[in-house]
Design a protein around this ligand. Structure first.
Ligand code: HEC
Length: 223
């Protein structure tokens, strides 16, 4: 038979103590499990209760960030990072981070799925980081080019339409000729979102009737 305890709303009115009612609900939910789960739940509760009121990690002596310390020769409590330390989540392995497949070739297709949200992000980042040179339409006549900067090739020329998605990721990551890398401005995810948006721009200028899925009609262009 299952053990039942009063619900949170009932006990709250009864003894007026919110935390004790929360604890009771927690205990009752633990006791309702099967044998193994019940035993481990009881162990967890025992641990919680024994730790109540003692917070050694928080209250113990420690250094604040960037605090001085006479202990180390350089006078700092923080230790320098070992050479080659990579921030969490930025280890460049796999196609998503390198744009390359197992054989070291540029990946043909984008590892990120093209959702409406990703396309919106791609459009926003493209207009912020690329349009000033490549133009909002991708023909390479952005405002900086009109002021005399080297003119980039149009995204609508055949060579670039046929280039693999990994090429775009590589150009943004490492730079290309006169174009500087975009890694400071665009995260890995942003760069792949921009690749999706550039593909959408290319389709907008080169779509054929066969690109429309069977049974669907093209929306009327806004007047
Ligand atoms: C400051 C201007 C500038 C900005 C900003 C810029 N580019 Fe470029 N881009 C260029 C120039 C110039 C070239 C041609 C470089 C060359 O051939 O020396 C180029 C070339 C390229 C190429 C073609 C490489 C090839 O194979 O010929 C791609 C793709 C590209 N850029 C993508 C982007 C994307 C995507 C962004 C935004 C994330 C971006 N660029 C931002 C100036 C810029």
């Amino acid at each position: 038979m299952k053990t039942r305890f009063p619900t949170a709303t009932k006990t709250q009115g009864h003894d007026g103590s919110k935390s004790s009612s929360v604890l009771r609900v927690f205990v009752s939910s633990c006791l309702c499990g099967n044998g193994a789960r019940r035993r481990s739940s009881i162990a967890v509760i025992a641990l919680c209760l024994s730790g109540c009121g003692v917070n050694n990690m928080r209250d113990g002596s420690r250094f604040k960030p960037y605090e001085q310390s006479p202990f180390y020769a350089d006078g700092q409590s923080s230790r320098p990072l070992p050479q080659g330390t990579i921030p969490r989540g930025q280890l460049a392995i796999g196609a998503m981070h390198t744009g390359l497949d197992d054989k070291g070739q540029q990946v043909k297709s984008n590892p990120l799925s093209a959702t409406r949200e990703i396309l919106n992000t791609g459009r926003e980042r493209y207009n912020m980081s690329c349009a000033l040179c490549h133009g909002r339409d991708g023909y390479g006549e952005g405002i900086i080019v009109q002021r005399g900067f080297v003119k980039p090739p149009s995204f609508h020329e055949e060579r670039l339409r046929k280039a693999p998605d990994g090429h775009y990721f590589s150009v943004m990551t490492h730079g290309f000729g006169a174009m500087y890398p975009q890694v400071e401005r665009l995260s890995v995810q942003d760069r792949w979102a921009v690749v999706h948006y550039v593909r959408a721009l290319q389709l907008s200028q080169n779509a054929a009737p066969g690109d429309v899925p069977a049974g669907k009609k093209l929306a009327e262009a806004p007047r």
